[in-house]
Ligand binder design. Structure first.
Ligand SMILES: Nc1ncnc2c1ncn2[C@@H]1O[C@H](COP(=O)(O)OP(=O)(O)O)[C@@H](O)[C@H]1O
Ligand SMILES: [Mg+2]
Length: 396
């Protein structure tokens, strides 16, 4: 394949390792400077210039977009997407992951733990916001910070107000997050490739520093992740739509708490700590994925009117609870079960014998009208919808 790595730093450890791995696996690979592209937006003819010449012939790109270039960098990636070039990370996933608030907002609807967080604008609201997340101390974070810069511990309400005001003067949006004290200056980085964790390390802050970032002097060591930590890391990456991700987690008293999902995770620390050839795993995964470009279910499956994809939560009262997929009557009603979500476990393509349990969420494709009738009626969301939705069938 012809593979382009989008990076500003051809000499950076991560970039050179990816180049070596791709070359070793027989690919024609080049590093292209993200800022040297010009994007040409034209109807039916998406194009780009690179250092003045038309861009063509690439099979895949590996975006390594630094935090300072998110807007331009994701625009370049998006243009490659329009041109039909496979990208290891989609422009959308990069933008969501880059923003600490946006990522946990997306994660919050799924069984992935993260520290309680509030986003606010008015410094006069700091006291009530802090009470909401368990009171001081709290961690204040700039939304798009990296390497520990813009992550501050506030010991009191007064302290937090001052920090918030100061950061706002610098036109920075910030979140307040519960301080996970039991992590004691340590965090975990799981390097996710596809549906597995290929390497993991623990970072430990030095001295009285609470931030474990390597750039803040944190020490790294190899760890074997407990299965629940690995599952959460993979889940978080998948929810954000990232095939390759560095997922940072804190070890809290209640288990894993995700604090960040990195779309261009560095290779140096993790390869040094674990001895794993992470670069090779990334390129091997890229080879597999190029054959199966991502499809957007919502764009493809809703083309026939009246059909679509829906999630159906199963409660104890549901007629589907404890039924087997093959005998649930779903198929007869033109509803196919694509997967079953059971806690943190996903059961893809369940067979006829698979039992549906209370608490499961079914991902289904089928007649929207039929599926709508299967949503439990007691849910507050369903109730508000009923008041405004005249097309809903009458209650049985
Ligand atoms: N809620 C928290 N409680 C305790 N420590 C935290 C919390 N959030 C972050 N940290 C520490 O600060 C470091 C940096 O935070 P993070 O959110 O990853 O920002 P950055 O993008 O700058 O790395 C983490 O690696 C962790 O050690
Ligand atoms: Mg971090």
């Amino acid at each position: 394949m012809k593979v382009a790595i989008l990076s500003r730093g051809p000499k950076l450890y991560s970039t050179t390792r990816l180049v070596e791995a791709a070359a070793r696996r027989g690919h024609d690979v080049r590093v292209l400077d993200t800022l040297a592209f010009s994007i040409v937006v034209e109807e039916d003819a998406p194009a780009m210039l690179y250092e003045g010449a038309a861009v063509s012939g690439w099979d895949a790109i590996i975006p390594r977009i630094g935090a300072s270039l998110t807007l331009f960098g994701t625009a370049v990636v998006r243009q490659f997407e329009q041109m039909g070039v496979f990208t290891l990370a989609s422009s959308h996933a990069i933008s969501v992951a880059r923003d600490k608030l946006r990522s946990i907002q997306v994660l919050s609807r799924h069984p992935v733990g993260f520290p309680p967080t509030v986003f606010l604008h008015d410094p006069a609201r700091v006291a009530e916001a802090m009470a909401q997340i368990g009171g001081p101390p709290v961690v204040i974070k700039v939304l798009e910070g990296t390497q520990g810069v813009g992550v501050i511990l506030a010991e009191s309400v007064k302290n937090a107000e001052t920090i918030l005001e100061t950061l706002q003067l610098a036109r920075q949006h910030v979140i307040l997050q519960k301080f996970v004290g039991e992590a004691r200056g340590r965090d975990l980085r799981a390097f996710v490739v596809g549906d597995r964790v290929v390497a993991a390390m623990r970072r430990t802050a030095v001295g009285d520093e609470f931030r474990a970032n390597v750039h803040r002097g944190g020490k790294v060591e190899h760890v074997e992740l407990a299965p629940d930590y690995a599952a959460v890391a993979i889940r978080a990456a998948q929810i954000l739509g990232l095939r390759v991700a560095g997922v940072d987690m804190l070890e809290s008293a209640e288990g894993p708490k995700v604090i960040e999902v990195n779309s261009s995770p560095g290779l140096e620390g993790i390869e040094a700590a674990t001895g794993v050839d992470v670069a090779d795993a990334v390129i091997a995964h890229l080879e597999e994925q190029v054959l199966f470009p991502e499809v957007d279910l919502r764009q493809r499956l809703t083309l026939k009117s009246g059909y679509g994809v829906a999630e159906i939560p199963i409660d104890g009262a549901s007629s589907l609870a404890n039924a087997r997929v093959g005998w649930s009557g779903l198929r007869e009603r033109e509803v196919a079960v694509l997967s079953i979500q059971r806690g943190t476990v996903t059961i893809p393509n369940p067979d006829d014998e698979r039992e549906i349990l209370p608490g499961d969420t079914l991902l289904c494709y089928g007649k929207l009208l039929t599926m709508r009738g299967m949503i439990p009626v007691a849910r507050p969301v369903a109730r508000t919808r009923r008041a405004t939705d005249a097309t809903r069938p009458p209650r049985r």
